[in-house]
Design a protein around this ligand. Structure first.
Ligand code: FAD
Length: 384
């Protein structure tokens, strides 16, 4: 068993680390304008990322990207999440990152949606969540009913990231409500300028993210905009979910790495009652535990990514990885805040933003309770 990362991934990690240390951390306290990266930073960081070979890392090579393995991506993402310079969720500055749904479209649909997205001419949002269907998409009320060569879609979506400014939605709707998430949901590509589609409200979240509520009132969508087969919506929507969970786990790892760097330095400088914080057992134990958990989480994440790359991961691998590392990220940000005292609460340091962002990952991408419950069922099967 070899625990060393392959050399090309180590080199890539060093390059990304340089990018983060030189380009992101210095601007992170003033890089954003609301939920977006300021346009001037976006432009220059994208140019820099291209120059350093950090462009379209996760797009398959046949579509002009680098087609990196998930293991390599996990290493990249962890480094990037050491900084809060980039938006919490979104494409960042490393080029378009299409969902697998789009990569599998038939050629004429690729011409219309995928290639413009890869060229940066179009952007997309993913719309599944509804007021009554969050963690449980089977309760979805948005209906798509076939009429001749069109589907008529009626319903309401909420918490949709990037809906404003996007050109099209990858929308999940019920084609057979009786079957729910077991064969009753389908994915459609829906143009944002379709008649009957409107953004009716926006929600502002504590992490700075903005999401949108979308009403669909008799929206007509051609049958060719159905992705895959009718009833395969959950499979289509979930096809990227293990990757996404690994991505969320790397957020926790990146935050933990940065918090360890910050606690490590500060605890050795800050003196109270005649001794630096680093000499206090309460601080030492917390640092030792965080470091141990960081190493554990990183091993788990690399192993999960490696299993996904080999096609042998179960969804439970990604659950364990996501639960452990997102909870670790929040714990690390919380400890880092505590040891920095009042300074940690100010917006002059990145800690409070890391704390807010990390908290959100305990809810999005699958709440921990649901993943734990599913995981427990699997564990009980092992010990019948
Ligand atoms: C910033 C942000 C961006 C988002 N972007 C998108 C997007 O682009 N597209 C999209 O479709 N959605 C998006 N979402 C929605 C997100 O996916 C949902 O919020 C998530 O699926 C949870 O659904 P919910 O909020 O309705 O919570 P609910 O499903 O109502 O769950 C609420 C809480 O109940 C508990 N719970 C639920 N079920 C169980 C159970 N079985 N056992 C024990 N406890 C349980 C958990 O603690 C959970 O947190 C976004 C959300 C946020 C915050």
């Amino acid at each position: 068993m070899d625990f060393e990362l392959p050399e090309e991934i180590r080199l890539l990690r060093d390059t990304v680390r340089k990018f983060v240390d030189r380009e992101l951390i210095p601007i992170e306290m003033h890089s954003m304008e609301g939920p977006e990266l300021k346009p001037e930073y976006k432009k220059s960081l994208e140019a820099k990322a291209r120059e350093m070979g950090l462009w379209q890392l996760d797009t398959p090579a046949e579509f002009g990207g680098q087609g990196l393995s998930l293991l390599a991506l996990a290493v990249v993402w962890e480094e990037v999440h050491r900084s809060i310079a980039l938006p919490n969720r979104g494409d960042g500055v490393f080029g378009p990152s299409p969902r697998p749904i789009l990569l599998r479209l038939p050629e004429p649909m690729k011409q219309k949606y995928l290639y413009p997205l890869l060229r940066g001419e179009k952007s997309a949002a993913f719309a599944q969540t509804e007021p009554e269907a969050g963690s449980d998409p089977g309760r979805m009320k948005t209906r798509a009913v076939r009429q001749g060569d069109h589907y008529i879609i009626n319903g309401y979506k909420r918490f949709i990231s990037h809906a404003k400014g996007s050109d099209f939605l990858q929308l999940v709707a019920a084609t057979d409500p009786e079957k729910g998430s077991r064969g009753g949901l389908s994915v459609f590509i829906v143009d944002m300028d379709s008649k009957g589609l409107s953004i009716v409200r926006e929600n502002h979240h504590m992490m700075g993210d903005v999401t949108y509520e979308i009403a669909l009132d008799d929206v007509r969508v051609p049958v060719e905009n159905l992705v895959g087969e009718e009833g395969q919506g959950m499979r289509e929507a979930q096809s990227w979910i293990s990757r996404n969970r690994v991505h969320q786990a790397t957020h926790g790892l990146g935050v933990t790495q940065r918090c360890l760097e910050m606690i490590g330095k500060y605890a050795q400088q800050r003196v109270t009652f005649g001794e630096p914080l680093s000499k206090r057992q309460a601080v030492q134990f917390a640092v030792a535990d965080l470091y141990t958990k960081y190493q554990t989480g990183q091993l788990l994440t690399h192993r999960t990514a490696w299993k996904v790359d080999k096609g042998i991961a179960s969804r439970h691998d990604a659950y364990m990885c996501k639960i452990f590392c997102t909870e670790l990220g929040f714990e690390a940000a919380d400890r880092c805040m505590q040891f920095h005292g009042a300074m940690g609460l100010t917006d002059e340091m990145p800690i409070e933003a890391m704390w807010r962002r990390s908290r959100s990952y305990l809810i999005t991408g699958g709440p921990a309770e649901i993943m734990r419950a599913t995981l427990a069922r699997e564990v009980f099967k092992l010990y019948q």
